[in-house]
Structure formats: structure tokens, C-alpha cells
Design a protein around this ligand. Structure first.
Ligand code: TPP
Ligand code: MG
Length: 336
């Protein structure tokens, strides 16, 4: 018998249904993007598939009306919970002028949206970590109640920015949560060729903060540890490092062929442990998500994905004259 684990961590049935809906929305947008890429309509996809549970579970544990997030390129589940829409994401995939992330200048997955406190990210991996630590420093200096949340891949945790950012956050006890999404590969490089320690969470010891490894396929487990970290951060208890472990269900990107370096067994193992399927089974077993409701939710989402695709495909590209907009300050002192 399936036991109800979400009520134990303070989540209602409505909360877990909303979590499922956001996870499914991320998956359906991502799947559409692959189709559009293979049809030659959009240039690039970098997937969230397999990581939605950790992303949505973590985002739910934050306050999406005041906290700041510095997501990495796979974090569609995080940015959707913080207010980005299917339309916003499709405008980015088609690189159209109305794309709120960068006006079509950046590659997809480079999220940024001021109104939702989503920090603009750069392409060099992990540069977002010191940025998030800086936001947490501002919260502490100004005695504000917000916290910051930053994510990255496990391969990226070998970059210098990881050490510099986490050490600073630990020394100054800043309200910043770092979540490493360990999908076991950095492009083609498997975990044991990237990292000498047994996991990433243990690295927290040297930064003077708690390090917690969690099942990244389970949104409730991730919610619990991120909520505890958020409560700690908000009450002056300092930063935390969380490692969510999951599978990357696609190739690294639409330009990669993972059959070159991954066995068929490895790919099949990941697919059998798809977090969306596991979570929908959990909800169905508890009678929270009957088959009919799941179908209705899926249809509602597909309508939004279709609308977003049509809108973004028809939307205009940026004018060539706008290429330098927001790049240099203007003579009259503005930044446009
Ligand atoms: C500083 C830097 N080095 C290399 C790259 C190229 N690159 C982009 S993604 C990636 C792999 C990152 O792997 P991981 O951190 O595990 O994240 P995942 O893609 O698996 O989610 C690399 C090497 C980069 N963007 N920035
Ligand atoms: Mg990885």
C-alpha cells in the first residue's frame, strides 16, 4: 500500500496536484521543443527531462513572490513555478524579439526575467553561483527576508566558482541554497571520471554548511530538504548544499548523440525510473489523480503548448537596429 508522504511534510492534495501539473508542463514543452528542432524550426534544445521532480519539488519549497533564483539551463520546472510561461519559453526557443529572457539574443536555457526575480545566467557553467551568493549577501546586509536559490550540474561543481561562492557563503553565513542536479553525466563524461569523492553533498563539510543528498526523482523528498534549508536560511541559520540525484533522460542536447557513450541498459534504467511516471503512480495510488483527471490535465497543458508554439512561431524577430539594445549605455544616460 502506498503511504501518504506529502501530508507528513505539510503539502496538501492540491499542492501535489499543482506540482504534478508543473512537472508535466515542463515535460510537454521540452518534448515539443525536440519535435520543433528535428523539424528544423528551432536551432537548439537542452532538456529538463528526468530532472523535473527535483526542480519542481525545490521551487515549491521557496517563496515565489519574494525569493531570488539563479537557475541553470535545464531548470524549466523551476522557472515555470516562478512565473515564466510556456509562451515565454517558446519565444526563447524561436529566438523572437518578445522573448523575455534575452529578446532572442541568447541560446535557449539561458533564463532571466526581472519581474519574477530570475537572475540572468551566463554560458560559462557555475558563474550563477557567486551571483546567487551576492544576492544572499544583499539580503543579509539590508536585513531583508528573501533568500536565494541556485542550481548547477554535478560536473559544473568542479569549477572554481563553486568553491569561491560556497566558501564565501559559508564564512558569512548567507541565506543561499545551492542545489546540484546530479544526473550522473557531464555531456559524455560519467560521474566517476568527474569527481573523486563519493558524492557532491560531502563537499559541504569544508564550507561549514549542511550537505544533504536526496532522491531527485521524488519531488516530495526534495521539497522536504529544500524547505528545511529555506527555513534555516530565513531564520539566520546560513547556507545549505543539496545534491539531488537523478537520470538525464535525453542526450546532453539536441546536438549530442548519447548512444556514443551510454549503454542501452543505462538509458533503459533511466526511462524505467522516470520521475513523472513514478509521481503519477504515487498520486493515482492515493486516489488523488484518477486516470480521467490526468487526461484532463494533459489536455489542458497540450492546449497551452500548442498556443505557445503557434504564437512564438508567428512572432516577429528583433529588428537588426536593436542588436546593441541593452548592450551599451546610451548617450543620454539610459541603458537602451
Ligand atoms: C566553464 C565552462 N566549461 C565548459 C562548458 C561547456 N559545457 C556546457 S554544459 C557542460 C556539461 C555540464 O555538465 P553538468 O554540470 O553535469 O550539467 P548537466 O548538463 O549534466 O546537467 C559543459 C562542459 C561551459 N558552458 N562552461
Ligand atoms: Mg550532469
Amino acid at each position: 500500500m502506498t503511504t501518504n508522504r506529502h501530508e507528513e511534510v505539510g503539502l496538501t492534495n492540491d499542492d501535489v496536484l499543482k506540482m504534478f501539473e508543473t512537472m508535466l508542463m515542463a515535460r510537454r514543452i521540452d518534448e515539443r521543443m525536440w519535435l520543433l528542432n528535428r523539424a528544423g524550426k528551432i536551432p537548439f534544445v537542452i532538456s529538463c527531462q528526468g530532472q523535473e521532480a527535483a526542480q519542481v519539488g525545490a521551487a515549491f519549497a521557496l517563496d515565489n513572490t519574494k525569493d531570488y533564483i539563479a537557475p541553470y539551463y535545464r531548470d524549466m520546472g523551476v522557472v515555470l513555478h516562478f512565473g515564466m510561461t510556456a509562451k515565454d519559453l517558446m519565444l526563447s526557443a524561436f529566438a523572437k524579439a518578445e522573448d523575455p529572457n534575452s529578446g532572442g539574443r541568447q541560446m535557449p536555457g539561458h533564463f532571466g526575467q526581472k519581474k519574477n526575480r530570475i537572475l540572468t545566467g551566463s554560458s560559462p557553467v557555475t558563474t550563477q553561483l557567486p551571483h546567487a551568493v551576492g544576492v544572499a549577501l544583499a539580503a543579509k546586509m539590508e536585513k531583508k527576508d528573501f533568500i536565494s536559490f541556485v542550481t548547477l550540474g554535478e560536473g559544473s561543481s568542479n569549477q572554481g566558482d563553486f568553491h569561491e561562492g560556497l566558501n564565501f557563503a559559508g564564512v558569512h553565513q548567507l541565506p543561499c541554497i545551492t542545489m546540484v542536479e546530479n544526473n550522473k553525466y557531464a555531456i559524455s563524461v560519467p560521474f566517476d571520471r568527474q569527481v573523486a569523492s563519493k558524492n557532491i553533498a560531502d563537499r559541504a563539510i569544508s564550507y561549514g554548511m549542511p550537505g544533504i543528498e536526496v532522491d531527485g526523482k521524488d519531488p516530495i523528498a526534495v521539497y522536504k530538504v529544500v524547505k528545511e534549508a529555506a527555513d534555516r536560511a530565513r531564520s539566520g541559520g546560513g547556507p545549505s548544499l543539496i545534491e539531488a540525484v537523478m537520470y538525464r533522460l535525453t542526450a546532453h542536447s539536441s546536438d549530442d548523440d548519447d548512444r556514443q557513450y551510454r549503454t542501452a541498459e543505462d538509458i533503459a534504467e533511466g526511462k524505467a525510473l522516470d520521475p513523472l511516471i513514478l509521481f503519477s503512480k504515487y498520486l493515482r495510488d492515493l486516489d488523488i489523480l484518477p486516470v480521467k483527471l490526468e487526461k484532463e490535465i494533459n489536455e489542458r497543458i497540450m492546449e497551452l503548448v500548442n498556443e505557445a508554439t503557434d504564437y512564438a512561431e508567428a512572432a516577429p524577430y528583433a529588428d537588426p537596429e536593436d542588436a546593441l539594445k541593452h548592450v551599451y549605455a546610451s548617450i543620454d544616460g539610459g541603458n537602451e
